[in-house]
Structures are given as C-alpha cells and as structure tokens.
Design a protein around this ligand. Structure first.
Ligand code: HAS
Length: 551
C-alpha cells in the first residue's frame, strides 16, 4: 500500500516527521560541536574563554546536546522513517499525531534546557549528579524530553499492533521489530531517570525537601544511564543488520540471529548500571559482582552482531568472486558513503568494545574510573561507531524520504567527512585513552595542579586532544554543510535500502514475538539485580545532602 501523498520513498507526512527530527538533531550537533571545540582548546592550555563563559557550562552544553539531544532526535526520526517504509510506506494517523506531540514536548524541553545551560543555571554536566543542583526548571525540561520520547514510542507500539492484526501469522518486518525493541528498552530504562527526577531532584531543587539521598539518585541514574548507551547503539545495529547488506548488494545472514541479538540486548542492557558505580561505597560487592556478570552477558549480542556482519560480508564477497579469509574486503563498495561511514564505525567498535570490557573488569576499573580513559572510550563508541553510522544513514535517508538524489558529489563529500572524523578522533580519543592511563582526570578544566610533575607530563597529550578536537569540529561543519546539501539536492529518487534474509536462513521462531515472555524475563532480571540493594539504600539512607551550586 503506497500513499498518494507520497513524493519520496514514504508518505509525505511521515517524511515531514523524519526531517523535523533530523533538523533538530543536526542543530544540536552544531551547537554541541562549538562547545566541544572550545572546551578542547581550554584543556589544551593557553586559551581563555570569552564573555565569562565557564568550562563546566560548556561541558554541560556539549554533553547534553551531543549525547542526549542529537542522538534521541536522530534515533526517533530514523526509526519512524524505517518503520513507515517497512510497514507499507505509511504510518497510522494516531502514530503520526503521537509522534508530533512527542516532538513538540521534546523541543520545548530542549529549548528550555539549552537556554538554562547558556544562562549558567544548569551547570551540572550531562549526568546531572546530585548534590550538584541545577535550576528546578532544568529538571522539568528533562522530564518534557523524556515524556515526549515516550509518546513516539507509544505511537510505534500501536502501529505494530495494528500491522500484526492486518497480517495475521506473519513476523513483523525486521526493521520495525528492532525499532520497537529500541523504544521498549528506552521506555523501561527511562523509568529509572523519571523516578530520580520526579521523586528526588524536582522536590529537592524547588526546596520542598531539604536533602537528597545521593547514592539512590546515582543508582537510579545508572539504571537508566547504561541502557542509554544501547539506546544509541541499537539503531546503529539496525543499519548494520538491515541496511548495509542491501547497500553491498547482498542479503543479511540470519533473521533469527538478528532478532535474538536484539532480544538479548533488551534483557541484559538494563540490570547492569552498577558497573558505572564499581568504585562507589554503599553497594555491597555481591551486587556489583552480579551486575558485572550481567554486563559480560550483554557483550554476547555484540559478538553475535560482529559474527553476522562478517558472514554477510564474506557471503557477498564470495558471490563476487572473492577468495581467502579477507578477500571480501576488496569487493566492498568503498566509494559508497552509505557503506563507508558505517563500516568505519564497525571497525572502530572493535577497540572501542574491547575498552568497554576493560572498564567492566573490577580491578581495571579502579585504574581507569574518572580518568580521561573513560572519555576516550565513549568518544570511540557513541561519538564514532554510533555517530558515523548515523551520518552514513543521513546520506540516503534525507534524499530518499524527500524524493531527491544522492549525487556522486555527495558520496565524495561524505567520504571526506568520514575520513576527517576518523583522523580527528584518532588523535583526540587516542590521547584521551593514553593520558587517562597516566591518571589525568575527566570532567576537569585546565590545571597543572601547581606544576605537579605528573600533571605536567599530561600536558602534551592535552594539546593533541585539542588538535584532534579542532579537526573534529571541521568535520562537524562539513557534516552540517552536507546535511544542507542533502536537503536541497536535485529532485529525483534515492533508494531506501532494506535488505532481505538469505534464502537458506533457518526460519525464525515465533517465540521471538511473544512480547509478554521477554518483558516478563526482563522484569525478573531487573528485580533480581536491583530490589535488595535499592531497598537497602532506602531503608538505611545516608544522611543526604542539601543542594550545592558549584558554578
Ligand atoms: Fe561503555 C562507560 C562498559 C559499550 C558508552 N560507556 C561508558 C560511558 C559511556 C559509554 C557514554 O563497565 C561513560 C558514562 C559516564 O559519563 O560516566 N561499555 C562497556 C561495555 C560495553 C560498552 C562492557 N559503552 C558501550 C557503547 C557505548 C558506551 C556501545 C555507546 C554507544 N562503559 C563500560 C563501563 C563504563 C562505561 C564499565 C564505566 C566506566 C567508569 O568507570 O566510569 C560493551 O557493550 C562493548 C561490547 C562490544 C564489543 C565489540 C563488538 C564489535 C563489533 C564490530 C564488528 C566489526 C566488523 C568490521 C564486522 C565486544 C560488533 C570488521 C572489519 C574488518 C576489516 C576487521
């Protein structure tokens, strides 16, 4: 069923939703990029911020705009676009209305939050740890963003339910299935941060209660904060599983494997937040140990994804005549930015994921926690693997839904942008990892600690970080230029690439769509991992802290 209101690859009204989300996402990328450049220069030394702007204010703007706003808007736009495409090219009116309502709420929240950060009333970094307190309206703004995103999720769930009724006995399209899992993961994860914000931060920052249980607030934050990273990663995996095989002219390796890996992410990415709190007192070692075990479980679906991608590349390579273990490499479409950018993301995820496994190991976490190593880790994961994949998607998504052409010039510009990003990130994240191992702390403005010999040795690495950050800023500018070029590209057609499973793949078990079963297991795992330690924090509370304004 293709709508008459269609100009591009999906209904015009769905296309409008996609484009609106992408425009906000890339605006956030630009402002966040400016903040990133300035803070990189500050840490490099010899650079003073103008107009009374504070380093931590910039750090907050950079973290919130890049990690929360750019990602969330992009993800919703991408999932809505792909779900529309794979469920017949047209979403239900109710889904559209819910998504627009969500967009509105999120955008009001984003605008209020950004203004408060720029006014220096919410300099609490993107993790907004208590007892650092922001203006209460900052927390209200965060609530609007979260509730807005839920509305889009509800719209998608409703649409899938409708599709299933109209297609009895059929498995849902893989893209939509994966999109639904991503939004479900987000919904369950954000319950933690919603509880933190509504029950703790808002009453405390408005002065309705005097003190906050800091340990509980951090625990609720990380209940959300770790699945947040998979909320970023899963849409990138959607591209790898569903889009990349089509772009290289092949099919994906196994529908069942792809769905199982997403189900495993749903189960294991939530009950693991303690691996961000391994160095914190107040949580007994047993519960940390249990959540570290579950953390290693959540590595498995990533390894399954790596296996599936290798299989897809190898099968396609052999079809094209490749020989040997890595013969497929020569057969890949290196001049196609839709492949090149996400593939670079995959390549980077090999060391990035290894870094994650190091972080999760208790003894090694003691070495790297709160150092620039961790900043290096998340610039390889979310700011490279995920961001490069999202950029790769942008090159076809915009022209495809708008009925425009992805021109050969755009491929070249996109490949140049990707290379710039890789080079900038090599210097920036590489020096962050190295100097982090020497002990240089994260979340800290420029200081030599009164010329302490250790700190003086860190400085050359900070200069390299600043150089890398500057190259990355040029790459951000080029990306913004590319987005504008895509929005105004010549009229025509661009494929919305959705692959099929290899014919010989085994059938997918029906159990994979028994949502009640999976949500049930998820709830049990969360209860096992969190009930006793959380009850302990509530029943034996620490004295608590009044709000502290450090800026
Ligand atoms: Fe992490 C901290 C552990 C993955 C993001 N992480 C962070 C923070 C962020 C973040 C933002 O256990 C900082 C939060 C803050 O502000 O404090 N992380 C892990 C583990 C994984 C992991 C075990 N992280 C991610 C992803 C992120 C992300 C993904 C964003 C998208 N992380 C931690 C821990 C901390 C942490 C601790 C706390 C540190 C501390 O002390 O503060 C795993 O999920 C990683 C598994 C991944 C793999 C890689 C598989 C490789 C693939 C590529 C295949 C390549 C192909 C191409 C096919 C095992 C799938 C091949 C081609 C050829 C030619 C070869």
């Amino acid at each position: 069923m293709v709508s008459t209101a269609q100009k591009g690859s999906i209904d015009r009204r769905d296309a409008a939703i996609v484009i609106a989300h992408l425009i906000v996402a890339f605006t956030a990328l630009l402002i966040g990029g400016v903040a990133g450049l300035l803070q990189g220069l500050v840490r490099g030394g010899n650079f003073k911020l103008p107009f009374g702007i504070g380093y931590y204010q910039l750090l907050t703007a950079h973290g919130v705009l890049m990690a929360i706003i750019f990602t969330t808007y992009f993800i919703i736009g991408f999932i809505i676009g792909g779900s529309s495409k794979t469920m017949g090219g047209k979403l239900l009116p109710i889904t559209r209305s819910l998504t627009w309502a969500g967009f509105l709420l999120m955008t009001v929240g984003t605008a209020v939050g950004t203004v408060l950060i720029l006014l220096n009333k919410a300099t609490v970094l993107y993790t907004f740890y208590a007892p650092m307190a922001a203006s209460p309206w900052f927390y209200v703004a965060l609530t609007l963003i979260v509730v807005g995103s839920w509305l889009s999720g509800f719209g998608l769930f409703y649409n899938l339910r409708y599709w299933k009724k109209k297609h009895p006995g059929q498995m849902s399209p893989l893209f939509t299935f994966m999109g639904v899992i991503t939004m479900l993961l987000w919904l369950v994860a954000t319950l933690g941060v919603a509880a933190e914000v509504l029950v703790q931060l808002i009453p405390w920052s408005f002065g309705w209660v005097d003190r906050i249980n800091v340990l509980l607030s951090r625990t609720l934050f990380w209940y959300f904060g770790h699945p947040l990273v998979y909320f970023w990663l899963l849409p990138a995996y959607i591209c790898w599983y569903v889009v990349i095989p089509k772009v290289i002219g092949g099919k994906y390796f196994s529908d069942a494997l792809a769905r199982l890996s997403f189900l495993l992410f749903l189960l294991f990415s939530i009950p693991v937040g303690f691996h961000h709190q391994l160095m914190e007192p107040g949580i007994t070692p047993f519960w940390k140990y249990l959540q570290v075990v579950l953390t290693f479980m959540v590595v498995i679906p990533s390894l399954m994804t790596a296996f599936s991608m290798f299989a897809t590349f190898e099968i396609r390579g052999r079809e094209l005549g490749a020989k040997g273990l890595f013969g497929w490499v020569k057969k890949m479409p290196w001049g196609d930015v839709r492949f090149f950018a996400p593939f670079m993301g995959m390549l980077i995820f090999i060391p990035a994921g290894a870094g994650g496994i190091i972080n999760a190991s208790n003894q090694m976490n003691a070495v790297v926690h709160n150092t620039l190593w961790v900043t290096g880790h998340f610039h390889l994961t979310v700011a490279s693997t995920v961001a490069l994949t999202f950029f790769g998607v942008t090159y076809w998504l915009i022209p495809s839904v708008l009925g425009r052409q992805l021109t050969p010039r755009m491929h070249k510009l996109g490949i140049t942008q990707t290379i710039l990003w890789m080079v900038g990130m090599f210097f920036m994240s590489g020096s962050m990892h190295t100097v982090g191992l020497f002990g240089s702390p994260r979340r800290t403005a420029y200081t030599t600690y009164q010329d302490h010999p250790d700190a003086v040795l860190w400085m050359p690495y900070h200069v390299v970080m600043a150089i890398g950050g500057t190259i990355l800023f040029v790459a951000v500018l080029l990306m913004i230029f590319n987005v504008i070029a895509l929005l105004t590209a010549p009229k025509g057609e661009t494929e919305f690439p959705i692959a099929e499973a290899i014919d010989a793949a085994a059938p997918t078990p029906r159990l994979f769509e028994r949502w009640g079963v999976w949500i049930g297991i998820l709830v049990v795992l969360i209860l096992i991992a969190y009930t006793i330690p959380t009850m302990d924090m509530i029943n034996n509370p620490v004295p608590g802290s009044p709000p502290i304004v450090t800026y």
